[in-house]
Design a protein around this ligand. Structure first.
Ligand code: GLA
Ligand code: GLA
Length: 730
């Protein structure tokens, strides 16, 4: 295949070099979370999270409410903060029973003291709304705030993250306490942001919730007739004769399950909006955020983007063992997701462990260098904070063995404390990084509703050797992301409703569900010169999980891809099936490539065959195709590669054909990656070795200066285990 101009999008790259592009204000983009084309000028550099405080925020969850009986500990904390280089603390996350020990009796003097002492030292608080853990008196007086489980039982008071998100009483109590906090601390010098609740999750099946679900369905479908049709409810005699019959716990209906997940997101967003209202009324300029959990399957996090001023998340990777660089890839994927969700706005790393994570099966402590590396990886992907769980270990309960900045003994003499303090000192060199961002040319689509639709579909196979019920959707997105990471090519992680036009290349693995308008927008993207990668299991169902007829990939993707996928085969783990690239392929993936789980029998309808199957009765049929459509191209991968080699070679080929910019034009050995942030006329390179051995990078003539000590890296450069650098061109 020739390296022609097909697939290049002149608007984006023709006139503007990719590096220059970053500094060009006025390039158009669509606001994240809004499908379509709403355009606004793209900021070159964003403001810092705290106006007038242009530093990377560094700090931790701090729970002085647990130590009010021992004020000397709080004094000690403030002394240690000075030494740690920490400047921002998440305060009061689970403090409701201290803030309101009895109904209507508010005791905020202790928090006044904490806020005042932070302000006196020019430190800041992400002040939490306490809804993540309700007080016992409330569970007792108002049982309705406790969730009803799937078995129909009202839960006991329980631990945390277990309130009913519909209960009018809970909402009212939250409104009152949030309004109190907002009124009390509006204008307070220490108030940097609102930390809304904590890690929203889960659902409730009480009458309030079921009623709200039914009302939501009525608004969505209008009539039972339409609902029954959308859910294909005549199957197994499921037809609903009244709205009251609808119960998400009792359903073999895919569409119902899917709508319940959508509703849980809707209701959680609604609850958060309710939490925010009294805060915005009193403190309109103070940013609100809620801390999320990687790609937590239970909530479609994209739906929170409009009501969050910043996205924030809690990262607990397992960077353990020889292969830990592979976990670093997935960690990077999540960082990219959180940056992408607000269109490139730097995100908040709200929690991470300074040492071990006690709930993990094998909570390893960090090896020397690993802490800084993990933090710089986050910053390299667009975090403007590095924050921890937790500042100080509690003496009792679930987290007394969880890593913390301050341990049970010897405070600043521990290795961990010194690591934190070193990192704090290092951050002083990164002020110019604050507000800069990444503008990738590549996007990988990872869409919650697509994942859910795969979960609720029986077949084409149930589980794989690796197990997950969602047919490894998330892992597959990460498999397609990994080769870009290895090459040091920046990537956005979008959803299928995100704007496509900022990108040259969109990789949409397993796009099983097509939401309304997605196929049309993909078509427009390709027509205008974009390159699209589709895979097996694409365009199979619509937004209510009904199958798209007329040949797969359906919904209009068939003509884009120029192929017809007739059948989907499921493979046993030891399948001998292989993909063999066609002779003369422009992609550097020589040899045979094992596949696993899925193989489609595909017929070209205009597409060129780039690779074929080796075995079985469909030997010789296409496994990888490319179709020219308008000014762009669509690749279709019909089987799941079992090893990295195939996607590595394929991706490298795409990057070179499309002349996609790597952060720097250097080869990176395995486990080494690079990121780039730019803005304000400066470009910062983040270079990391995630391996446990030295790795050598040949920087050629490029001279890169370490921002912390001015040391210049050039030519063949040895990176020690866990080495991480923040660099600028010298
Ligand atoms: C059983 C049932 C059928 C159908 C098939 C599917 O045989 O009787 O209704 O569900 O399984 O394999
Ligand atoms: C989550 C929670 C924190 C804490 C940590 C422990 O991220 O938000 O309160 O429990 O886990 O890893």
């Amino acid at each position: 295949m020739s390296d022609s101009t097909v697939g290049r999008r002149p608007f984006l790259k023709g006139a503007l070099g990719s590096v220059a592009l970053l500094a060009v204000p006025g390039r158009l983009f669509a606001i994240a979370g809004q499908p379509g084309s709403a355009s606004a000028p793209l900021p070159d550099r964003y403001p810092p999270i705290i106006p007038g405080f242009p530093h990377i925020l560094h700090g931790a969850d701090w729970n002085p409410d647990q130590w009010l009986h021992e004020p000397s500990v709080i004094d000690e904390d403030l002394r240690l903060m000075e030494k740690s280089g920490c400047n921002t603390f998440s305060v009061g996350i689970f403090a409701w029973s201290t803030l309101e020990p009895a109904e209507g009796r508010f005791e905020l003097a202790w928090l006044d003291d904490i806020m005042n002492r932070l302000a006196a030292k020019a430190r800041y608080a992400f002040l939490a709304t306490p809804s993540g853990a309700k007080p016992r008196w409330m569970s007792e007086t108002y049982p309705e705030v406790r969730r009803v489980n799937r078995a129909g039982q009202r839960e006991l008071h329980g631990s945390r993250h277990n309130h009913c998100f519909t209960s009018p009483v809970y909402r009212e109590k939250v409104r009152i306490i949030n309004a109190k906090l907002a009124d009390r601390y509006k204008g307070h010098k220490a108030l940097a942001g609102w930390h809304i609740s904590n890690e929203y999750s889960g659902s409730c099946y009480c009458d309030h919730c079921l009623g709200a679900f039914r009302a939501w369905l009525q608004a969505r479908y209008g009539s039972l007739e339409a609902l029954n049709k959308a859910w294909w409810a005549s199957f197994w005699s499921q037809t609903f004769q009244s709205w009251d019959q609808i119960d998400p716990r009792d359903s073999p209906v895919d569409g119902l399950n899917l709508d319940w997940d959508r509703f849980v997101t809707h209701q959680t967003v609604d609850f958060m909006r309710h939490e925010i209202a009294p805060l915005k009324a009193a403190t309109p300029a103070i940013p609100v955020t809620t801390n999320m959990m990687s790609a937590f399957v239970g909530l479609d996090y994209w739906r929170f983007t409009d009501i969050s001023d910043r996205m924030s998340w809690d990262a607990y990777p397992t960077l353990h063992g020889e292969d830990s660089w592979r976990s670093a890839v997935n960690l990077s994927f999540y960082h990219d997701l959180y940056r992408t969700m607000k269109g490139g706005l730097p995100f908040i790393l709200m929690e991470s462990t300074p040492s071990n994570t006690n709930w993990q099966q094998t909570p390893q402590i960090k090896k020397p260098g690993q802490h800084r590396q993990e933090m710089l990886l986050a910053i390299g992907h667009g975090a403007d904070t590095t924050m921890y769980f937790q500042w100080r270990k509690s003496l009792g309960a679930a987290e007394k063995m969880h890593g913390a900045v301050v341990d049970h003994g010897e405070a600043e003499r521990t290795r961990v404390f010194k690591d934190i303090a070193d990192h704090g000192a290092f951050l002083r060199h990164l002020d110019a990084v604050v507000g800069t961002t990444v503008r990738p040319e590549v996007a990988v689509v990872q869409d919650w509703e697509v994942r859910w639709s795969l979960m609720y579909t029986q077949g084409p196979r149930q589980q794989s050797a690796r197990g997950p019920f969602d047919k490894e959707y998330l892992q597959t997105c990460q498999d397609h992301y990994r080769p870009f990471w290895k090459l040091g090519v920046p990537v956005d992680v979008i959803e299928s409703l995100s704007p496509f036009d900022p990108y040259e290349l969109i990789v949409a693995p397993m796009l099983f569900m097509l939401k309304p308008g997605v196929a049309d927008r993909l078509e427009a993207f390709v027509k205008a010169g974009g390159t699209l990668v589709l895979t097996y299991l694409s365009g199979i169902v619509d937004e209510t999980a009904l199958v798209l007829r007329g040949g797969w990939p359906g919904g209009g993707l068939r003509k884009l891809a120029g192929i017809w996928s007739e059948e989907i085969d499921a493979l046993y783990p030891d399948s001998p099936q292989r993909i063999v690239p066609a002779a003369g392929s422009a992609f550097s993936m020589p040899g045979e490539h094992p596949v696993r789980d899925y193989c489609e029998r595909v017929h070209p309808e205009g597409a060129t065959v780039l690779a074929t199957y080796k075995n079985d009765f469909y030997a010789g049929m296409p496994a990888l195709t490319v179709n020219t459509y308008g000014a762009g191209r669509v690749y279709y991968l019909a089987a799941r590669p079992a090893q990295d080699g195939f996607l590595d070679g394929f991706t490298r080929g795409l990057v070179s054909q499309l002349r996609l910019a790597r952060c720097l034009d250097v080869e990176l050995p395995e486990g080494v990656t690079m990121q780039k942030r730019a803005g304000g006329g400066r470009t910062f390179y983040f270079l990391h070795n995630f391996r446990r051995q030295d790795q050598v990078v040949d920087l050629g003539w490029t001279r890169l200066k370490d921002v912390s000590d001015g040391r210049v890296l050039t030519g063949r450069t040895t990176l020690a285990p866990f080495a991480s650098f923040v660099l600028e061109k010298a």
